[in-house]
Design a protein around this ligand. Structure first.
Ligand SMILES: [Zn+2]
Length: 297
């Protein structure tokens, strides 16, 4: 072996060594990236319980109106994706997505113009003073961290001649102020979800990690506020809450794929699954006067 040949081998080994290092580094980088993305998902998820309180509360306020809306949305999605064989996690077909535009909204609710109008009215969400008071206690003041159920329960125990002014002498809000606060709560919730979903959509955070904790409440909630989002958006193109919408479509397909032919509508999962059922059961149990009935219906 000449000195040149020897040098050639050394150089070749050097190249191989560098290449192996590069592969290892890339792998390490990938693993680190995955780890960071899971870590980010966990960090984002730690914010979700607080959001869930608001989501549950909004669901309570929407009541039967909400059920009508989510059922319509569910029917619409089922009809559109019925013929699509790829309608699973990776389906890219636009026809299977909800667009969240004002034109689409008109189409979905075309035979329901009246409920939709009353939805518009109920966006103001003044259904009962009891719920509003619960809202103020839960979200407006940090005196104590009550659950919605507990606050309502305590209110019902002294439900005789319940008047808004009697609930707490220190909470003197006008009806208009309370309406504004309820509305602000919806906007805040959607804004925060938009920020969280942006992280999932751009894979800064691992959406698969979040999916298991979020989809059961996220999907029905976004269906519930579909008219709210869509009425903000353009006739043909969604401009607001686009990450919320993208994640909704992505997760909905994943959900439908994983539970093909599910007969349970999204909204039933929300109403049967979480705090809403708890609250509804409790209210039903303590229901004895007209005031209690007013809260539920
Ligand atoms: Zn599809």
């Amino acid at each position: 072996m000449t000195i040149y040949e020897g040098a050639g081998i050394v150089a070749a080994i050097g190249v191989l060594f560098t290449f192996a290092n590069y592969i290892l580094a890339r792998k390490r980088f990938k693993v680190e990236k995955q780890f960071r993305s899971k870590e980010n998902a966990a960090r984002l998820l730690s914010r979700y319980p607080t959001l869930l309180k608001k989501i549950t509360f909004i669901g309570m306020l929407m009541g039967d109106q909400g059920k009508i809306i989510t059922t319509k949305i569910e029917d619409h999605i089922s009809a559109r994706s019925k013929d699509c064989k790829n309608c699973k996690k990776k389906c890219k077909a636009k026809k299977c997505d909800l667009m969240f535009t004002s034109n689409e909204m008109k189409e979905i609710f075309k035979d329901l113009s009246k409920p939709l109008r009353s939805y518009k009215a109920s966006v103001d969400w003044l259904k009962s003073y009891v719920l509003i008071d619960a809202y103020i206690k839960i979200f407006g003041y940090d005196k104590a961290l009550f659950d919605a159920a507990r606050v309502i329960e305590s209110l019902y125990k002294k439900k005789e001649d319940l008047k808004f002014e009697d609930l707490d002498a220190n909470l003197q809000f006008t009806v208009r102020e309370i309406k504004q606060r309820c509305r602000a709560m919806l906007t805040d919730t959607l804004n925060e979800l938009e920020e969280i979903c942006m992280n999932f959509y751009f894979k800064i955070a691992d959406g698969d990690v979040a999916w298991y904790s979020m989809y059961q409440t996220y999907l029905p909630f976004i269906s519930l506020v579909y008219p709210e989002i869509s009425s903000f958006n353009d006739k043909l193109r969604a401009e607001y809450y686009t990450n919320v919408i993208d994640i909704y479509n992505l997760w909905n397909k994943k959900y439908r794929h994983e539970r093909r032919l599910d007969k349970v509508s999204n909204v039933m999962m929300l109403y049967q699954g979480g705090a809403i059922k708890e609250v509804a059961d409790m209210v039903k149990a303590s229901e004895s006067g007209k005031k209690a009935a007013r809260v539920i219906t």
